[in-house]
Design a binder for this molecule. Structure first.
Ligand SMILES: C[S@@+](CC[C@H](N)C(=O)[O-])C[C@H]1O[C@@H](n2cnc3c(N)ncnc32)[C@H](O)[C@@H]1O
Length: 248
């Protein structure tokens, strides 16, 4: 998808992001889980967006920092109560261009897959390891890939229908590069709005290998932030990485 860069997704979706995901993506479990792993130290969110998780986490007393490529998403965060107090670096989180150490680095809602090449994902893991304190934890929440969603290299899914609107996902799938690229498409009377999205997905085992390359190892994996067990039926995972021998 030519012209698509680190800020494209956020810049295009910022106006509707909270309306679409705010009500359905309750951050309460994530906030409890992340608060316990921060252990009173500083936390860094990769792709902080409009602060869906960062704001309630900060309200729990955690010092939260963020990185995001999209100024429009960060403007939404800034407009919320407490949003102006969260330090945010504007940039590509593949580079994790902030100074550590952090007790906790986290990336939620499949945002790690927004890095669209394996090279960028490995670089990000290495940079995360570099800014983690010696007993720090890296938490990555993402979907488990499901190739049955795609036929003939594509998928068109109806996400929501209303009396006067329909929301579709229309994407192309490349199983070799492990990429999915396309649009959320909102159709209303007389108007179409396109929200471009591009992902490179990984299976949990590839993420574990990337973590190993960065000197981290898998400490625990759950199906959700409520610590429900991860098994072959899980559609998402919350994975916790640490340095071998980290205390905590
Ligand atoms: C799906 S949203 C998640 C926002 C927030 N973490 C949440 O859970 O609601 C993904 C966020 O990551 C940001 N993003 C995507 N790719 C990025 C990149 N390469 N560098 C920095 N931010 C990026 C987007 O701008 C957007 O704010």
């Amino acid at each position: 998808m030519e012209g698509y860069g680190p800020s494209t997704y956020g810049d295009r979706i910022a106006e509707v992001y909270d309306e679409w995901y705010g009500p359905s993506k309750d951050p309460a479990d994530a906030v409890d889980f992340l608060t316990s792993l921060a252990r009173g130290g500083r936390a860094l969110e990769l792709g902080i967006g409009t602060g869906r998780i960062a704001l309630p986490l900060a309200a729990h007393g955690v010092e939260v920092h963020g990185i995001d490529a999209s100024r429009r998403m960060v403007d939404k965060l800034r407009a919320k109560p407490g949003g102006e107090r969260i330090p945010v670096t504007i940039g590509d989180f593949a580079d994790v261009g902030v100074d550590g150490p952090f007790s906790l680095v986290y990336v939620a809602f499949t945002t790690f897959f927004a890095l669209s090449s394996q090279e960028d994902q490995v670089r990000c893991m290495r940079r995360v390891a570099a800014v983690l304190g010696s007993d720090g934890r890296f938490v990555l929440e993402a979907f488990v890939p499901d190739l049955s969603r795609y036929t003939h290299g594509q998928s068109t899914t109806t996400i929501e229908t209303g009396l006067d609107s329909v929301l579709l996902d229309a994407v192309r799938h490349d199983p070799v590069a492990q990429t999915v690229a396309g649009h959320h498409v909102m159709l209303t009377h007389g108007a179409t709005a396109l929200y471009p999205v591009r992902l490179r997905y990984c299976w949990p085992a590839e993420l574990d290998l990337m973590a190993q390359l960065a000197g981290l190892s898998l400490e625990s994996r759950f199906a959700w932030y409520d610590r429900s067990p991860f098994d072959a039926r899980a559609t998402r995972h919350v994975s916790v990485y640490a340095r071998p021998g980290a205390e905590g």
